[in-house]
Each structure stands twice: as C-alpha cells, then as structure tokens.
Design a protein around this ligand. Sequence first.
Ligand code: ADP
Ligand code: MG
Length: 491
Amino acid sequence: MTAVDDARALLASLTDAPPAGVWSAPGRANLIGEHTDYNEGFVLPFAIAQRTAAAVALRDDDLIRVRSTFSSTGVDVSLADLDARIAAGGLDWAGYPLGVAWALRAEAPDATPRGLDIAVASEVPVGAGLSSSAAIEGAVASALNDLWDAGRDKVALARVGRIAENDAVGAPTGIMDQMASMLGVADAATFLDCRTLATRPVALGFAEAGLQILVIDTLVEHAHSSGGYRERRASCEKGAAAFDVAALRDLGVDDLPRAAEILDDVTFRRVRHIVTENQRVLDTVAALDADGPRAIGDLLTASHVSMRDDFEISVPELDLAVETALSSGALGARMTGGGFGGAAIALLDSELVPAATEAVLAAFAAAGFRRPNIFTVTPSEGARRDVGGRPTGPGSVSGASPRLGRRVVGGGPGRRGGFRLGLHLLRRGGSPFRRVPPSTRRRSAAAPSARGPADAPRAGPGGPRSSVRPELRPAPRRRAVPARRPRARPG
Ligand code: ADP
Ligand code: MG
C-alpha cells in the first residue's frame, strides 16, 4: 500500500463523500547546505521517493476535519474559528495541515475557502531529518490550492508551508524543506538561493554513476523548536549584526580572519560554519555540473566536520554513522537536517550498500546505541496531484513534471551583498544558477578539494595537477573522517 492508497482508505472511513482528489508531496534529503537557509544562503536538497498523501473530500459546510494515520486524534475546526484556533495553539500535528489552510487563506485573498475532510497518510519517517513536516505541508497546500481555486505556484505554496510551520506550529525553520518538497525533479537536486528563492535543478546522475545515497536514521529524536536550534539562529544573527550585514550570506571566506578578531569564540565558529558551508554548496554545484557525482564526496564530509566542530549540532550516533560509512568506502558522508539527532547520509557505490549497512549496524551495536534504521533514498519528483482529474490551471500543481533544465524563479541572485561567495562562478560566466554547458565543462577551479586522491592527485600547492601519470597516482585510500579540530580559533 502506498501513502496514496492509505490516505484514500482513511478518507473512506471518515466520509461517504467521494474524494475530490489525492495530492502528495515528498520528504527530502539535504545533499549539502545545512543551517544556511535562514542565513539567506545556498542549499542543495533533493526530494525523495517517500511521500505524504492527502486525500480530500469537499463538504457542504465550513468545517475542516483533519485526520492522519499518524495519530488517533483528529481535529475539527470551522473556517470561522480557524484564526482563533491557530492563535490559541496546542493543535499538535493538526497544526501543520490547519496551519497551511490558515496561511493559504491569508496569502491568497482571492481564493474561495470551503469546508473539507482531509485524510493524511505518509511513507516519510517522522522526525528523521527527512522533513515529514514539509511533506504534509506540501500535500495539503497542493490540495487546498486546487480545491480553493487559490491559483498559487509552487514557490508560493512552499512559502505557505513555511508560514504554517513558523507561525502556526512555532518551529523557526527556513524555507528549504518546503521548496525541495514542492519543486523536486527526478534524479536532480534543487539548488536554491534562500534569499531570492531562485532555483535550478542540478542533475545528480547517481544511478548512471552507479552511486546511491544511504540514509542512516539514528532514531535519536531532534526537536526544531527546542533550544539548540534557536541558539544557533541567535548566534548567526549576532554574527551578522557584528558585520552590519542583513544575513551571514553576505560574508565570504575572506571575511573570516576579521570575524575571528571581532567575535567571541563560539559566535566565530558558528559564523565560520555558515560561511564555509555556503561556499561548499557552490563548490558542490560546480563539481556536479563539471565532473558529476563522484566529485562531491570530500565536500560532503567537510560539511559534517564543520557541523560537528564549529556548529556543534552533531551527536555521537551521527558521528559514528559518518565515520563507519566512510571507513566502509563511502565517497563522502554527513549528518543531514537540523541536527541534534536525526539522520546521516552517505554517498557510495551501489555494491557497497549491503556491507556498509552491516558495518554501521555492527558499530552501533558495539557502541551500545539503538539499532539505526538504514535505507537508500532516490532523488524524485516533487509535489503533485496523484488522483482526481480537474484541468490544470497555471497555478495548479497538477501539471506535468518539470523537465530537467535551467529554471530560474525570481530572477536569480541579486548582485548586491552575497555575490562574493559566487565570484568564482561569476568569473566563469555568470550566475551560479546558470548551468555550465556540457561542451565547456571542465574541472572547476573552485572545487579542487572535491575530488579524491585517485581522481585528482595534487602535486602540491600551485603544482600542475595533470602532470602525474595515472599509474603513479596514489592508490585509492579508504576514507576516514578528519579528526576533531582543536576548538581554539586559528591565530
Ligand atoms: P521532520 O520534518 O524532520 O520529520 P518535524 O519535527 O519537523 O520532523 O516534523 C514532524 C512532525 O510533523 C510530526 O511530529 C507531526 O506533528 C507532523 N507530521 C509529519 N508527518 C505527519 C503525518 N503523516 N501525519 C500527521 N502529522 C505529521
Ligand atoms: Mg521538519
């Protein structure tokens, strides 16, 4: 049974009315770019095959009834009471779908809200860092957009989901999850500029390269609304204020020496994570465009080290998952999601998946950790209407899946503030949202560290890279996660 089937079955148990349709939206894994979203920076998530479905029937009154296979408790709210119920809070999981209804009504004043029965079912593991929250928001927002004739596009619906999560549920998250879930394209990641909401699907080519993404869900529960996440946001705001910039996105790696001078140690390390992570996202996109998915492993691992040591949002289970995946031959690995628990991802050759899985299970058992949940995820299509055949208007999410190619929403990144990060890409011919034409693809000068020793031996600083004959290159090493950096900032 798929989520769509389960949602239909749940709806049938709730009402005799025929479903007006079933809509679904996927969870997402973030390939790279962690905590950069609320710093108005860059992220590179992809929608996964696991989806949340909302089966919806129209009602004759103004009641919205929400039910989910996730919980035995449902909530009924009349449209007249919706604002008051959202303001009162305490809606638990129903805050997500009702928050979406509330936010869409505010964002689309031309819509025609009406009563609905909404039945939700999901294949996305909850609380695993795969954004089951964006999946439920995306499915419900897509349904209401069609059934209320709201006519909003996918980016607007992503915004609605974020408003619901921020203001109705009270989780201060960025917009990455909703954009990834709404805009996903099969076999691609969604490169997103969180300041301008410019996006571009970036071909991943995992299947063609014989690679897979393994998710290791540690089952350590994270809580976005809890203190750690808020503290990190506060540190980022403090860092931006010290530089008198709107967001940390406006700083580049060349600002870090100055940051070390003017910031306290903790704030400096939080800032260093964000600034270097933004650069890693740009480098990952450049490496994927130029060299394909085998070129990005070291960037993924560097991201984990930065989160572990500078942003301090990892936990021992995530570190062990990353270390074990790397020692099992993964090209790169990192924790994904908000941190303090949740999941790690590893990029590895398909044939290594069984052995890596066994190795992680054994390492967790030896450490006395709870047995993790381990599975692969496939870059997949975003929100869509699965069942129910109304004509698709321009604002409907029901249209055909977008084709892979350049797609810029919102005009591309602004030139002021923040382009320093993308300077190397600009020099190569424009916006980081413009794809390098295949004929001119070559290794990005900006991503020298993206290739492993077997692919790109470095002849020393400034030395010619291509002068080493293949047979003289060092043999591929088993990868290891770099040791913890000393806490103190560099001199
Ligand atoms: P994540 O998004 O990483 O899975 P969150 O804490 O952000 O974790 O969101 C999880 C919450 O979203 C759940 O606790 C629940 O309230 C809500 N949720 C997610 N999926 C469903 C679902 N299928 N039905 C009902 N509520 C859901
Ligand atoms: Mg979430």
